[in-house]
Ligand binder design. Sequence first.
Ligand code: 3JN
Length: 321
Amino acid sequence: MLEERDFPVGELKLLASKRSAGMKIPFKNREYTVEEATPDSFSGVEIAFFSAGGDISKALVPAAVEAGAVCIDNTNAFRMDPETPLVVPEVNLNKINEHKGIIANPNCSTIQMVATLKPLYDRFGINRIIVSTYQAVSGAGARAIEELLEQSRRVLDGKPAEPAILPVSSLPVKHQIAFNAIPQIDKFLDNGFTNEEMKMIRETKKIMGDDRLDVTATCVRIPVAYGHSESVYVELGADFDMEEVRQLLANAPGIVLVDNPEEQLYPLASEAAGKLDTFVGRVRRDLANPRALNLWVVSDNLLKGAAWNAVQIGEYIALEA
Ligand code: 3JN
C-alpha cells in the first residue's frame, strides 16, 4: 500500500518477530531486511504502522510513542481507549489531531459500514443499525485462506473436510468452511455475542461519536477469500426521499453506488477485491418502517478494512498535519 500510494517514505524500517527477522522484502526496487522488533527499535521513527496483534501492540506501541513516533495501530489494543482516536478518514478525520501518539485503525467490518452510513447520519440522523456480515476468510489470516482452498479441493474429491483453523478461537472444536457458513468470528463473550460482533457495536458508536446509536450485529464467515459483504438495515432519524439517499451515497467520498437491479448490478466481493473503495447497492426502503433502509455494502477487508485505511491516516499525518 505504501508503495502503491507513493507514500513519502524517507527511510523504511521493517520490524517483525524474531522468527521473521532476516526475511527480505522488496520496496520500490530495493530489498529491505526485516529486523526483530524490540522496545529499542523506534528511535528516529516518525510514523509506525502496527499490525501484529493486540498483545504485540500493547507491548511495543508505548515504546514507539516514547521515542516520538506517531503510531497507527491496526489492532484492537487501543481502539476503545478514550485517549485514542479511532479513525475512518471519511467519517472523523478531524479526530486525528487529538492524538497523543496513537491513532487506532478500526475493525474491517466496522470501517466499510460507517464509511457508507456517514452521509446518511449527517443528513437524517441514525437511530438503529442491524447488520449481518458475510466475511472473507482472509480476515482470519493466510492460513485460513489456505484452509478454504485445500478444504474445497478435498470436499470436491469426496474426502473429509478436516477443519483445522476456523473458527479461530482457543477451543479445539473447528468447523468446515468450504461450502458452508459459520456464524462465529472470534470468541464468544458472556452476553452471547462474539468479539467481532461487539467490536462492530462499540466501534461504530465511538467513530460516529454517538453513544445512543443502537447497533446489533451477526458476523458470519463465508467461503470467500477477499472482500467482506454486509446486509445493513438502518433506521434513520427523519423522513427521507429515496432519490436524495441515492445522491448522498453516490457523492460520498470513498463510496461507489452500484445499484441497478434491472441489469442485475450490485456490489460483489469478487469485484471489490483489490480496490480501495467501498461499494453499496440493493438500496431500498424498508416495507414495515418507511424511515428505514436496507443496503448491501462490500469492500476489500485487507485494503479499506485494514492497510488502506491505515495508510490513509498516515498520508494525512505525513502530508497535512
Ligand atoms: O476475522 C475477520 O474477518 C476480521 C478479523 C479481525 C481481527 C483479527 C484478529 C485480531 C482483528 C481486528 O482487526 O479486529 C484483530 C485485532 O483487533 O487485533
